[in-house]
Ligand binder design. Structure first.
Ligand SMILES: Nc1nc2c(ncn2[C@@H]2O[C@H](COP(=O)(O)OP(=O)(O)OP(=O)(O)O)[C@@H](O)[C@H]2O)c(=O)[nH]1
Ligand SMILES: C[C@H](OP(=O)(O)O)C(=O)O
Length: 267
């Protein structure tokens, strides 16, 4: 089950960093989350609990089933409602809640988490910050008992759910609440829907040292991203780190030092 707020109010903490892209980016995160879950061999069905009509149409197209957020009483109520809807049709179903803001989600990592979770009546995975929760599961016949929001890792633990202690499942833990989270997700490698938006994160300045032929670009929030351009040329693409490149366009005079536009992209 993937709960999703109306896009007009989703991902509010990203507003300052991404401006008018925010609702589209919130949808892209949900699309990549749902696509990743549907591609996981441990997942039979993906149910999205949402009242957003645009998101409902797009996520249905990917293969998700939509359950309206009938209670309209916050995240935990939406998840209880979703679990009831799932089990009305399939009373012996195991269920898991997964946040809709996991754009780097890899099906193979979700499979490891769900395999691990299946050993316990209730289990959860802490988010990358170690404060919240990105996944909560309940075995057949067991109530989900969601207690999301804020410091939910401690709350889920206190409620008796077993914390999943797996290494190497960063893509399932990497929820995106801030611009810094988004950059980390881009470095992990995001799905195709979010990748479309990442090209819009433009750098505002750069430094370049012609002796070392390296430099750094400054993202709009002030974060420096180093790059190497041993022999860069107009329009060249230079590898930064695995999964991430910088596009460098010169002024066309061929001096190789007058960068006019630098855009961070993922592939
Ligand atoms: N259906 C439903 N989903 C919700 C509700 N509240 C939160 N969610 C979803 O639950 C997950 C975690 O939500 P939040 O961190 O509260 O919200 P967010 O939109 O991700 O980010 P912020 O607006 O910055 O807090 C996301 O997938 C949300 O879309 C709700 O009332 N109903
Ligand atoms: C829902 C909440 O997530 P966040 O506040 O990190 O988006 C949580 O971790 O319980």
């Amino acid at each position: 089950m993937v709960p999703l707020k109306p896009l007009a109010v989703a991902k509010s903490r990203l507003a300052a960093a991404v401006g008018a892209s925010r609702p589209g980016l919130a949808l892209a995160f949900a699309q990549d989350t749902v696509a990743g879950a549907l591609a996981c061999t441990a997942v039979t069905d993906v149910v999205v609990v949402t009242d957003d009509r645009t998101a409902a149409a797009e996520l249905t197209r990917l293969g998700a089933r939509i359950v309206p957020d009938a209670p309209g009483a916050g995240l935990d109520a939406a998840l209880d409602h979703g679990a009831r809807a799932v089990r009305a049709a399939r009373p012996r179903a195991a269920v898991a809640a997964l946040n809709a803001d996991l754009p780097a989600l890899r099906p193979s990592e979700l499979l490891r988490v769900l395999d691990n979770a299946a050993a316990f009546p209730r289990a959860f995975l802490a988010d990358a910050a170690g404060i919240g929760t990105t996944l909560l599961s309940a075995a057949p016949g067991v109530e989900l008992g969601p207690a999301f929001g804020g410091r939910s890792r401690a709350r889920h633990s206190a409620s008796g759910a077993v914390e999943i202690a797996l290494a190497g499942v960063d893509s399932v833990r990497r929820d995106v609440d801030t611009a810094a989270d988004l950059r980390t997700a881009l470095i992990l490698g995001v799905g195709r829907h979010t990748a479309r938006y990442s090209a819009r994160m433009q750098a505002t300045a750069y430094t370049y040292d012609s002796e070392t032929r390296s430099g750094s670009v400054l993202l709009d929030d002030g974060t420096p991203v180093p790059f190497e351009a041993p022999a860069f040329d107009a329009g060249g693409l230079r590898l930064l780190r695995p999964g991430q490149r910088v596009r460098i366009e010169t002024d066309g005079e061929g001096t190789g030092l007058r960068i006019t536009l630098v855009t961070l992209q993922t592939f």
